[in-house]
Write a protein that binds this ligand. Structure first.
Ligand SMILES: Cc1ncc(COP(=O)(O)O)c(C=O)c1O
Length: 380
């Protein structure tokens, strides 16, 4: 029996060499590798500011702090996302207002956003789930009309574009993840992107205690330089060992994206005409990052539940996952805000049908075929 994990990292030898060099350099924390990674990322995103952080979660947090919103401002967050998209709004003293998704693309529904806007709304967070871009034209129009900030959660969307524009450069701020499973990984890590120099400046201070002079730059001068603290900052700075991996992995973005695309399209071709399954629609005028392949099951045409299907696949050596459980239906949100399934029926009913299949550059065509055939067999 073939074993097919849900995810397998594929770091290059260059990444391993770069890490060794970074360790040998004698400077382990934020320094020249971080700077080089940021510069390379900025160039990849056609010149926007890029600030290296410990995670995408940190990027979302600092984005909302840097926007200097009045306490209690409302942030519209899609229901179908990773918990930290919402949690970071709470930690920034803001009120989370969940808006439902468009079940065809699984992205934030602009109509639902319109329904949720109040005089207190200040931010919309657009999550490009699986690498599928949100309807940014509509979201931008809404944001402009109501004078709202637009944050792009690009955790899944490194390579995505919309109407020719890069993810993370369309809204006011972009937040990228380099977590172990992401299209580009630094094991853990994140990047905040923005076109706005004031936001970039503030985030750079906030990531490291609000200190005005970066430590590695201070060390380059001979005289001791007393630093000042300009804001009550955080400890969210990316460090050089992470960045050393990132610099090497940047070189593999196109090749890995191409491999992911082939695998994604193989899945689409395998399931498109089969009435037991429904494909997620790709946003028009966009490029997908092919981070996750999420399939919708037509449960009426399948003899068991999604969870049972996942269990049976696991018995056959195939690991699958679910992206995502609707955030307002987690215990914390239900107990604190009294939400029920009825409040977010589209997300909840869609969630019950979702299954994510293995997708990564080193997934062999043979292993993928095994996944396809086994799923079809178990779906009755
Ligand atoms: C949509 C989304 N946003 C944010 C995050 C948080 O990323 P990180 O683990 O880098 O903090 C994740 C993590 O998987 C995610 O899937």
């Amino acid at each position: 029996m073939i074993q097919v994990p849900f995810f397998k990292p594929s770091l290059s030898n260059k990444a391993i060499d770069n890490v060794t060099d970074a360790i040998r350099s004698g400077w382990l924390t934020t320094g020249k590798y971080t700077q080089t990674f940021e510069d390379t990322f900025s160039a990849y995103k056609k010149g926007i500011y890029s600030i290296g952080l410990t995670s995408c979660t940190a990027a979302l947090h600092l984005a909302m702090i840097a926007l200097e919103l009045p306490k209690g401002s409302e942030v519209i967050v899609p229901t179908l996302t990773f918990p930290s998209t919402a949690t970071m709004a709470l930690h920034s003293g803001l009120k989370v207002v969940f808006a439902d998704i468009d079940p065809d693309t699984l992205t934030l529904s602009p109509d639902e956003v319109k329904r949720k806007i109040t005089p207190h709304t200040k931010v919309i967070i657009a999550v490009h789930i699986a690498g599928n871009m949100c309807n940014m034209q509509s979201l931008q129009e809404i944001a402009e009309k109501h004078n709202l900030f637009l944050i792009e959660d690009c955790a899944h969307a490194l390579e995505s574009t919309y109407q020719g524009r890069d993810s993370g450069s369309i809204g006011d701020v972009g937040a990228f993840s380099f977590y172990a499973t992401k299209n580009l990984t630094t094991a853990e890590g994140g990047m905040l992107t923005t076109k706005n120099p004031q936001i970039a400046h503030k985030v750079k201070l906030l990531r490291s205690h609000g200190i005005d002079k970066e430590i590695w730059k201070r060390r380059q001068s001979t005289a001791y330089q007393q630093y000042d603290v300009l804001y009550p900052g955080f400890k969210y700075n990316m460090f050089d060992i992470q960045a050393a991996i990132g610099i090497a992995e940047m070189e593999n973005i196109s090749l890995n994206h191409e491999k992911r695309k082939i695998l994604y399209q193989n899945y689409e071709n395998a399931f498109a005409q089969d009435p037991r399954f429904e494909l997620v629609k790709i946003q028009p005028n966009s490029t997908h990052a092919y981070h996750l392949f999420i399939l919708k099951l037509n449960l009426d045409a399948i003899p068991c539940t999604r969870d049972m299907l996942m269990f049976k696949l696991k018995e056959r050596g195939i690991e699958t996952s679910v992206h995502f459980f609707p955030v307002p239906l987690y215990s914390y949100y239900k107990q604190t805000f009294g939400y029920t399934e009825q409040d977010f029926m589209i997300s909840y009913q869609t969630y019950l049908r979702l299954i994510s299949l293995p997708l990564y550059p080193d997934l062999s065509l043979e292993a993928q075929e095994y996944v396809i055939q086994t799923l079809k067999e178990l779906a009755g």
